[in-house]
Design a protein around this ligand. Structure first.
Ligand SMILES: CC(C)(COP(=O)(O)OP(=O)(O)OC[C@H]1O[C@@H](n2cnc3c(N)ncnc32)[C@H](O)[C@@H]1OP(=O)(O)O)[C@@H](O)C(=O)NCCC(=O)NCCS
Length: 378
């Protein structure tokens, strides 16, 4: 096949895989997992059921869901060496970097470390999904000098995460809010981190390497790191008593991009933002911390009108997570707590019909052939 097509910068608009996992219509603002609209999933499903849907391609029967939840909860185990690793990491380390390193290290203790079969990869998907949530919660407690909390296998994935983070069972409101956030973040087609995971998997490397690649990719402020950057702005506005709109005007005047706005695929409202906006408002009101939503709303109204840009998934997740009492540098790791379900689904799909992903580059360097000049003559 000819390799002469130069694709747009950033692969914009390029269709690079066939996938049956996630459907997006960027013009209509539609997102669906396995054909089921995200609004329905956010209203009616749970993270565990969504995970089942992503991995198995259909909604589970009651018995299948119960078995799925039991298996996922049973995998709430971390080898003592991983906990030692978390204890040895410098306290200033960012949780996202800790997660990347710890997930890589998980491979050493995985009973199927060197097995790359569909069965082993499904087992690893359960394990990684359970363990990533545990690592994020455990490291936060370790860095704060608190005792680690043993997992509670009777709690939901969201409930157990909040329990291990805070040391007390969450309120039903907090548990459901996080559960919805996890559903909303679970998959998003060929986003940058999922693409990274698929590229790694396609070399016939292994699941842990693919998820480690994905975590490193999610970290960046143009991708999952945007939710932390959004909150940093809200804090600045609050600390300085600044007018939110004036603050944003100042950023735009300096040609800075406002985190939490714009999207490569959506040309209308990101359907995930609709739910996060509502949650940010409701949680803000019920916790007496409505100011974060108020600042956010003013910023959104201004950017909608002035730049014709819409809020994306990261904008209101910032104030939502803060109102749930979660530290800002855990926002992106929590994205990973959810997105691992989509990454693993994509790795399994990639391997079910694999071909090495190896594009070409259009060479624009010095014309060939150049002479090799010996070092003493340069
Ligand atoms: C998401 C994002 C990386 C998409 O990037 P992209 O598809 O490459 O789009 P571009 O960066 O080329 O943006 C297109 C135009 O919109 C503007 N724009 C896009 N996002 C913007 C933002 N958040 N703030 C201000 N302007 C923005 C760009 O400056 C550009 O304007 P120009 O044509 O006048 O130069 C980009 O919108 C962004 O950086 N957003 C902020 C980070 C973020 O929230 N990331 C999480 C995504 S879920």
């Amino acid at each position: 096949m000819s390799t002469s097509i130069l694709t747009p910068k950033g692969l914009e608009g390029v269709v690079a895989a066939v996938s049956g996992i996630c459907f997006i219509d960027g013009d209509r603002g539609v997102l669906a997992y396995r054909g089921i609209d995200i609004h329905e999933l956010a209203d009616k499903s749970t993270f565990e059921e969504t995970c089942y849907l992503l991995w198995f391609g259909k909604l589970p029967l009651r018995a299948e869901l119960n078995e799925f939840k039991r298996t996922l909860a049973e995998e709430r185990k971390l080898d003592a060496s991983i906990i030692n690793l978390l204890r040895q990491i410098p306290r200033h380390a960012l949780p996202m970097d800790v997660l990347r390193t710890a997930v890589s290290a998980l491979a050493f203790y995985d009973p199927e470390e060197k097995v790359n079969t569909p069965e082993a990869n499904l087992h690893k998907s359960y394990r990684l999904t359970a363990q990533i949530a545990m690592i994020v919660a455990a490291y936060d407690r370790i860095r704060k000098g608190k005792n680690m909390v043993e997992p509670d296998r009777n709690l939901s994935h969201a409930g157990n995460f909040l329990y291990m983070l805070n040391g007390e069972p969450p309120s039903p409101t907090a548990e459901r809010a996080l559960d919805i956030a996890l559903i909303l973040h679970a998959d998003h087609e060929l986003n940058a981190s999922t693409f990274a995971a698929r590229v790694t998997a396609a070399t016939q490397s292994d699941m842990h390497s693919a998820i480690t690649s994905a975590i490193g990719t999610l970290k960046g402020p143009l991708h999952g790191g945007a939710n932390e950057a959004v909150f940093a702005i809200l804090v600045q506005i609050d600390k300085n008593g600044a007018d939110p709109v004036e603050y944003i005007k100042g950023m735009l005047a300096q040609k800075k991009k406002v985190p939490g706005f714009g999207h490569r695929v959506y040309h209308t409202e990101d359907p995930r933002a609709t739910h996060l906006r509502r949650m940010s408002k409701e949680l803000g009101q019920s916790s007496g911390q409505g100011k974060w939503f108020e600042y956010s709303r003013k910023i959104e109204e201004y950017i909608n009108a002035d730049k014709k840009l819409n809020a994306n998934v990261d904008f209101y997740s910032a104030s939502t997570y803060h109102t749930l009492g979660i530290d800002v540098d855990l926002f992106t790791p929590i994205f990973a707590v959810s997105r691992v379900s989509g990454w693993t689904a994509h790795v399994m799909e990639q391997l079910s019909d694999n071909r090495l992903i190896r594009p070409r580059a259009a060479y624009q360097g010095p014309a060939y052939p150049q002479k090799y000049v010996p070092i003493e003559k340069r």
